[in-house]
Write a protein that binds this ligand. Structure first.
Ligand code: COA
Length: 567
């Protein structure tokens, strides 16, 4: 079928649906919801058999939904309506939640139901639930709705609020007063729910040191205590604030009125105010946890669930230290776990944007990632695995490829390209790594197509080596089993030896330093050269400047007809 996505952005959920529907042989084209005229034009050009709205912030124009079948993805249970579905589910401490695929009609989220999906709520941020549980439930429900639509006999079910099975209701937009934290009344669990309900967007408005700030990225603290509401410690970039029954870590803040009005590490936003705060070194009992190591038998696991998958210069340096320490342990295999939402999204663009010299900071950041990539490539003491529980983008994908094996959870999405960020050339030794694992043609496709990639394709082109179950906890178990098998395999010593030998041969042919130098020469042009594309693209990304048109890579209907047939 010809399926048109009308969407506010090509976010992770839309990307996953795009990949899944294309896999089933559908021709999928995408149009950003810029205005009604542009949307109507896209419909006219593409003549879709079905329109899907994976992520829409406003209603579809009447002249579109009257003439075409439009399916709306709503992240709420049957009967739920309104723009803050997940926010309410978190604040109300729901134990189960769901998604609904509705037919668009004159009332927002009130159309007949084509399919639904359910999931158990996890204690996690809205963004994290959206990335994992919501996405999985949506994929299943949309595929069911599409097959029902294709079948031609299914009648979608009207929402009847008299039916006791319909548990959802119209819920208003959640405003800041509902999210407001009363530090003298709310306990830690309530505070965490409030912050998580607003994370990634819009954050919880609060007052710290007399400044109006938005709070994100909260974690419970297990040991420290203090007077409720007071800031009592710092750890890395985070601050610890006492509650009536404990304390929480706040990783990120946003000051809407500052010169850098976007999310930044809390300590950076409060730099002057917290100068005298005691610094805590994170361990398993205390502190903000963004890097930790654990060991089971002969396998070491290095976790680095960095907020939004962004890796700053400092984070890369800390991770490099942790990695070097992991290499010194008596293990046979090291598994690089990343985090549940993201494995890595490459350089930390917000911190780069906020620095005095974004070009200099970009330079430091890419060098810090390269140092880490180099250490992984040169590891002689263990075999290494990148375990992609979550998505990876840009440099994050190539950093993963630096490991001896890349194992992915089935449902993740990779964006293995840099070009969308103002034509960045990229580094992380991708010019060394890609030819190792894939053909020249595939390498060109990977880096030039600027398209999201599912795990089937990633496996076929050699970006990943194995794909395991999509179920999150089963994936971790499988990784552990497989890593242990690798460590205890009778061929382990031979494999390690072979890896060392191959590295020596490669190094003789062309030293790693030369690859790096050549990549960085191109990056230097991106950072310091005449063409400002990278700086403009980064600014637009960090400031979330709305897109004024849909990229041709995904708007097939805006290409020549000949291209349309090929896809
Ligand atoms: N640096 C800083 N923040 C980043 C980031 C990065 N490298 N990558 C993602 N983020 C942030 C986004 O700004 C967004 O922030 P929010 O919480 O304020 O909304 C959040 O992570 C989620 O990103 P989003 O784009 O909405 O997620 P997605 O899963 O739909 O898309 C990517 C994933 C990777 C396609 C997209 O985030 C991206 O292009 N990132 C930039 C990658 C890059 O160019 N890195 C630098 C070159 S190495």
């Amino acid at each position: 079928m010809r399926i048109l996505f009308l969407t506010h952005a090509f976010n992770s959920l839309s990307q996953r649906l795009f990949v899944e529907l294309k896999k089933l042989g559908h021709v999928v084209s995408v149009e950003f919801d810029i205005n009604d005229t542009v949307a109507s034009q896209a419909v006219e050009l593409f003549q879709p058999e079905l329109i899907i709205a994976p992520f829409l912030k406003r209603a579809i124009a009447e002249d579109i939904w009257r003439k075409h079948n439009c399916l709306i993805v709503h992240p709420g249970i049957r009967g739920d309506r309104g723009p803050s579905a997940l926010d309410w589910a978190i604040v109300n401490n729901e134990t189960h939640w769901g998604v609904t695929i509705l037919q668009a009609n004159s009332e927002m989220d009130a159309g007949d139901i084509w399919a639904t999906g359910e999931f158990t709520m996890r204690r996690a941020s809205k963004a994290s639930l959206y990335h994992l549980e919501v996405t999985e439930a949506v994929v299943e429900a949309v595929l069911l709705a599409v097959s029902r639509f294709q079948g031609g006999t299914f009648t979608p079910e009207p929402v009847d609020y008299a039916n006791p099975a319909i548990q959802g209701r119209l819920q208003p937009l959640m405003l800041q007063p509902t999210r407001a934290i009363d530090w003298q009344q709310d306990n830690t669990a309530i505070i965490l729910r409030k912050i998580r309900s607003a994370d990634g967007f819009p954050g919880v408005a609060d007052e710290l040191y007399g400044r109006k700030l938005f709070i994100y990225d909260a974690q419970p603290e297990h040991s420290l205590r203090g007077k409720a509401g007071e800031i009592i410690a710092r750890c890395g970039g985070s601050i610890c604030r006492a509650t009536i029954d404990g304390a929480i870590w706040i990783g990120h803040l946003r000051d809407k009125s500052a010169s850098h009005p976007f999310k930044l590490p809390a300590c950076m936003v409060l730099e002057t105010e917290i100068a005298d705060l005691p610094e805590i070194i994170a361990d398993k009992d205390t502190g903000y946890q963004d890097i930790w190591y654990e060991q089971e038998a002969d396998v070491g696991y290095l976790h680095f669930p960095f907020y939004n998958g962004a890796m700053s210069t400092q984070q890369c340096q800390r991770l490099l230290q942790a990695y070097q320490q992991a290499c010194r342990q008596n293990t046979k295999v090291i598994v690089l776990m990343g985090g549940p939402d993201y494995w890595s999204n490459g350089m930390h663009l917000n911190l780069i944007e906020a620095s005095d010299s974004p070009a200099d900071e970009s330079w430091c950041n890419i060098n810090a990632i390269d140092d880490l990539a180099m250490e992984i490539i040169n590891t002689e003491s263990q075999l290494t695995i990148a375990a992609l529980q979550g998505n990876a983008g840009a440099g994050g994908v190539f950093l993963a490829r630096a490991a001896d094996a890349v194992w992915a959870r089935e449902g993740i999405i990779l964006n293995p390209h840099y070009k969308d960020m103002g034509n960045l050339y990229g580094s992380e030794y991708w010019t060394y790594l890609l030819p190792h694992y894939t053909t020249e043609e595939n390498a060109r496709h990977i880096t030039q197509a600027r398209l999201p990639m599912g795990t089937d394709e990633a496996l076929a082109v050699g970006l990943v080596d194995a794909v395991f179950t999509n179920n999150f906890s089963e994936f971790i178990q499988t990784i552990k089993q497989q890593a242990l098998e690798m460590a205890t395999d009778s061929g382990y010593a031979r494999r390690l030896q072979q890896k060392k030998r191959q590295r020596q041969i490669d190094e003789k042919q062309k030293p790693l330093a030369e690859y790096r130098q050549q990549e960085l020469a191109r990056m230097k042009q991106n950072f310091y050269g005449f063409d400002p594309s990278y700086h403009i693209a980064r600014y637009n990304f960090v400031y979330k400047v709305p897109k004024s048109r849909t990229p041709m890579t995904i708007a097939l209907h805006r290409r020549k007809n000949a291209d349309l047939q090929i896809d």
